[in-house]
Design a protein around this ligand. Structure first.
Ligand code: ADP
Length: 164
């Protein structure tokens, strides 16, 4: 069975991520989305919230599941029995960083390969940070995130505003 993982912060999941999820899922028997719970990053959405949003948007994809992980990606891959890591490339600026990480991971586990999927052009400019920026200033981000999670994102920012 061919298992792939798609790791990231997904803070929150965007339509660009969903595009990569769909395309990756078509290439493997099983795709596990790894939600990185990194104590050094300060995400807006908790790991549980990010997982929940991902689960809402993959409901129609039977071979995709979501797990939260921390620590090394190679360890998570091993735990999931995965031999392929999927990453999305938006622009040349993503490339240098991604190349370094892919080589590092391959050095740690030569059986593990990173597959890069080039973003669909309509999502090339899209990032979780752009969504967060727009949401925090009350801008319209509705065409950037999957429909199922729009209300959750809005509610989060309303609460944040109320507590400030
Ligand atoms: P990270 O914090 O690891 O960069 P992200 O959640 O920002 O995690 O992104 C996870 C993966 O999805 C990365 O490979 C990133 O390049 C890719 N990605 C993010 N946004 C897009 C997009 N709009 N189109 C294609 N790939 C994307």
């Amino acid at each position: 069975m061919r298992v792939g993982i798609y790791p990231g912060s997904f803070d929150p999941v965007t339509k660009g991520h969903l595009d990569i999820i769909r395309r990756s899922a078509a290439m493997v028997d099983k795709l596990v989305i790894g939600v990185l719970n990194n104590s050094k990053k300060q995400p807006v959405f908790s790991a549980a919230e990010r997982k929940q949003m991902l689960e809402m948007v993959i409901a129609d994809l039977p071979n995709v599941s979501v797990e939260v992980f921390d620590g090394l990606l190679v360890d998570f891959a091993k735990q999931q029995d995965a031999k392929i890591i999927f990453r999305g490339l938006r622009a040349v600026t993503d490339f240098e960083y991604e190349l370094q990480i892919a080589q590092l991971n391959r050095n740690l586990n030569p059986e593990l390969d990173t597959v890069f999927l080039v973003t669909s052009v309509e999502y090339a400019y899209l990032s979780s940070s752009a969504v967060r920026e727009l949401a925090s200033y009350g801008g319209d981000f509705s065409n950037l995130v999957p429909e199922q999670i729009q209300t959750l994102v809005e509610e989060k920012y309303k609460k944040k505003k109320a507590s400030n």
